[in-house]
Design a protein around this ligand. Sequence first.
Ligand code: FAD
Length: 302
Amino acid sequence: GGLIMGTGIESSSHIHGLFQHTCVAYELVLADGSLVRCSPTENSDLFYAVPWSCGTLGFLVAAEIKMIPAKKYVKIHYEPVRGLQKICEKFTEESKKKENSFVEGLLYSLDEAVIMTGVLTDEAEQNKINRIGNYYKPWFFKHVENYLKADRTGIEYIPSRHYYHRHTRSIFWELQDIIPFGNNPVFRYLFGWMVPPKISLLKLTQGEAIRKLYEQHHVVQDMLVPVKSLEKSIQTFHVDLNVYPIWLCPFILPNNPGMVHPKGDEPELYVDIGAYGEPKRKQFEARASMRQMEKFVRSVHG
Ligand SMILES: Cc1cc2nc3c(=O)[nH]c(=O)nc-3n(C[C@H](O)[C@H](O)[C@H](O)COP(=O)(O)OP(=O)(O)OC[C@H]3O[C@@H](n4cnc5c(N)ncnc54)[C@H](O)[C@@H]3O)c2cc1C
């Protein structure tokens, strides 16, 4: 529901678009109790208004979705890149290549990143298979950081299911704030099978004081901006937030009718800049900073 009524993105979105762009029809129950089907040719105004409507137009009860065949493994290539300009250029270049089934970047500081590209394959070199989803394995973002620290490129074959869940165990990097020793090998081997905790459980057990602290000293924000504004956007978020790692995930935005579309008539390559964690900016003020960032995102047509 949320992936359609809100939005959904993956590292394959530079080819397939956002989750809603893989949907070809919806069925909704409207406020008057009627069941309505909509598609690009049937009640098309409703069809294009559904994404980003967050449940305000009706209750989504069915969706017809295009299936995209998967293979056994994702052959992933890790490449450390230094220098913000180089990072943005490399990320944009890889995102434009149709032969990359997956593209993703993890930015560890203003000028250090690992750019990952992946292709689906049924064949794998046995000594390069890495089942990253096993509970005792290092958190994925820490594993990726090792390529940066060692300053080396690498190739691995990750079982597809493990790849799709690569950020699940550590909730991207949110778990390091909740269980700081969670990536310690001893903890992983003994208790790794117990994580991640259910987000709903965390919310349920969170007192009012902790909730307020989170609200004031923690961000979970995805800024969707045209890829041509990537460098400027990262610089702005560095000043306004200073949160690392940052998730970079490209997506193609078609010029469909509806609330969110590019400025021009053609489809445009965008990037999701995901900032999750505790801002290190001095005197961070949650509400004011968010308003400032929203203003910036609008100014670059994000
Ligand atoms: C750990 C974590 C990792 C994530 N990683 C990613 C990621 O990699 N990529 C990504 O795109 N997103 C990611 N997300 C966010 C993700 O998009 C949302 O979690 C997802 O949209 C939630 O879907 P949901 O069905 O649970 O919707 P909810 O969170 O329950 O709802 C989202 C919105 O949609 C509305 N809604 C939901 N269902 C319906 C319905 N049937 N009819 C009408 N309105 C409805 C709700 O009213 C609400 O406004 C992540 C979230 C978490 C917590």
